[in-house]
Design a protein around this ligand. Sequence first.
Ligand code: FES
Length: 254
Amino acid sequence: MAQPMQTTAPSRKKAEKHLPYWVEPAFTIVALGGFVIYAIWEVFWHNTGTYHNYVSPFFSPGVAGWFGFHVLTALYVVWVPFLFRFSCYYYRKEYFRGFFFHPAGCAVAEPKSHKTRPYTGERRFPFNLNNLHRYAWYLAVIVLIFLWKDTVQAFIFKNGFGVGLGSIILLINAVLLTAYTFSCHAFRNMVGGRKDCFSCANGKPSTGYKWWRRVSSWNQFHGAWAWASLFSVWAADLYIRLLIMGVFHDPRLF
Ligand code: FES
């Protein structure tokens, strides 16, 4: 007898089978909620995120202080990654499930109270701002360029090139944020999603097709990049904040 085609990896299937549906939304509430509270504390309660040659990702591009209004300039920077992350297709699923129970999981009924305020998708404010995701991506790429500039700067000390623990943390953060940005669904669509045929011109796979295949292979891990980059931003900022507070010294590895 013919076996049905297996479409899901066995280990993933097993994990999905054994995890109760509420684990994922509960994780989202704790991780994303904790990150937002931390970010508010960091941006509104601190004037700078710079320690010698290290710039915190919350304060990158390092323009805070250029105009003398630290909080305003920090906000000028922070809203771009915020809009980018919260309009992300992956995070939308996570926070709609975790915070709004719309619904809390696949095949899970919505709470009765939702009958009076049904799910409206992205048609009403503020969720219609999610439709700006592609534009948020353009802005996020600009911020990413500055982040890489800050990362290079993290390897340049007073006495020249060097490697501190902070340099490594900032480098890992920049790599993870790059992976998150370029595995974006909107970027995948920009690269090749608009075309009906990739090889009509000469019967060979076009450059667009090759790029679309490449971005698609990154895109399948987009959720993992999303969480990894969120935790790396958090860790990088916390590390620099503790250095500024004098809790410990940055160990020089090289
Ligand atoms: S879909 Fe997640 S960053 Fe674009």
